[in-house]
Design a protein around this ligand. Structure first.
Ligand SMILES: [Zn+2]
Length: 415
């Protein structure tokens, strides 16, 4: 990874929202040394990578994934159907594949413990840069409370790397946040409503947490320099999340029902992470209550995206993968375009804007001098066909910090 690499001949979409330009990108070690629209200006012994006819993007970012989850079926969800070691290796494979697909950074919205991040940083396994939340803080009966349909709690010992996230009262809120941070959380995940797949009687507009509890949660997280990502679909719980000042609203399917919340999100810079791909899956769920909820929220979710864009809310891409398997994360970008974003907006939602949502905009998200050399070379034009990003064989080259993470270029051209 040492030395100068020059990526030339490609059409660059830099992640700032600007349109494509012909550009040469000079990489020095793990960072971008120059982005030039002219030629020349690198040492003779630089490694030349020919990207002629291809599109160069910043490394893609998924703001909402569950990389250690592998299904919604209860035994699978609770990790009862296979040995822990098998499950760990399965997760490692997902991390490796996700990086090879061009996703160089992922915010995990619960389930992935800090050991995976350490393994990637130590070079034991390949994977994206990770921003971890560990577990979902919610009150008793909320979505972080693992109780079976028969009323029994989840079996098995509590994993100290995924701390107990069920809060009994206001006094329990701050300790829950501190436990997450102690175990390695980079961001605090919480939930103020049910969702499509939560238990019957705890649906998308059913609340969890009161305002004083959420204010304590946000205050403690911010005091520990952690952002708050909040699962909130609609109703009172959604309002409480915005009022408490969380940093991103996850799912947000019924935001359009409360336009004043969209205004407030735009004012305060609260990000909106719609998650369309997962509800396509839930609309085919074998469980009637899940299917009904996912069907009911489909149109409101699209409307919420459109109203959010019109109100100037920053929208970023999140797959909510894991429970519905690990499809190409870029599936969500096609969903965003289908719901009304332009392909350029969708790309920004998974690059420059996404880096801002993660608080990593100084280092990643756009192709600019001084940033980390996280880059994807695509054999195709995502502005003409956003779905090209879902095709593994079209992801020609992936660089993470200047190091080659995947290379399907026909013939790397050395000079
Ligand atoms: Zn999720």
């Amino acid at each position: 990874m040492a030395g100068i690499k020059v990526l030339r001949g490609g059409r660059l979409i830099d992640g700032t929202g600007a349109g494509p330009v012909a550009a040469t990108i000079v990489l020095d070690g793990e960072r971008i040394a120059a982005v030039a629209t002219g030629g020349g200006g690198w040492p003779d012994d630089a490694e030349i990578i020919d990207a002629s006819g291809m599109t160069v993007l910043p490394g893609l970012i998924d703001c909402h994934d569950h990389m250690a989850m592998h299904g919604y079926e209860l035994a699978r969800r609770w990790g009862l159907d296979e040995p822990q070691s098998t499950r760990t290796l399965r997760t490692a494979k997902v991390l490796e594949r996700t990086l090879a697909a061009g996703y160089t950074a992922v915010r995990d919205a619960a389930g992935l413990d800090a050991g995976f991040k350490r393994a990637i940083e130590e070079g034991l396994i390949a994977g994206p840069r990770l921003v971890l939340s560990l577990a979902i803080i919610s009150p008793i009966g909320g979505i972080g409370d693992r109780t079976s349909p028969s009323g029994f709690p989840c079996c098995g010992p509590q994993d100290p790397l995924l701390p107990d996230s069920v809060v009994g009262s206001l006094a329990d809120v701050r300790p829950a946040v501190r436990r997450m941070v102690r175990a390695g959380a980079d961001v605090i995940k919480c939930a103020t409503t049910g969702g499509a797949s939560s238990r019957p009687q705890h649906g998308p507009r059913d609340g969890a947490f009161n305002l004083d509890e959420m204010q304590a949660l946000v205050d403690e997280a911010h005091a520990l320099d952690r952002r708050v990502m909040c699962h909130a679909l609609g109703g009172r719980g959604l309002r409480i999340a915005v009022e408490a000042g969380v940093d991103s609203i996850e799912h947000g399917c019924y935001l359009a029902e409360q336009p004043e919340l969209l205004e407030r999100m735009a004012e305060r810079g609260i990000f909106f992470v719609p998650t369309f791909a997962v509800y396509d899956y839930h609309r085919k769920s074998p469980q009637p209550h899940v299917r009904e909820r996912a069907l009911a929220l489909q149109e409101p979710h699209i409307l919420s995206l459109r109203r959010a864009l019109a109100a100037g809310v920053k929208v970023v891409a999140g797959t909510d993968a894991g429970g519905h398997g690990h499809p190409a994360n870029a599936l969500e970008l096609a969903c965003l375009v289908g719901a009304g974003m332009t392909p350029l907006e969708a790309l920004r939602a998974a690059t420059g804007r996404a880096a801002e949502c993660l608080g990593l905009e100084r280092d990643i998200g756009t192709v600019e001098k001084g940033k980390l050399a996280d880059l994807v070379v695509v054999d195709g034009d995502p502005l003409a066909d956003i779905a090209v990003l879902q095709k593994a064989e079209k992801i020609a080259l992936v660089l993470k910090g200047g190091a080659i993470a995947a290379n399907r270029l026909p013939r790397p051209d050395r000079s």
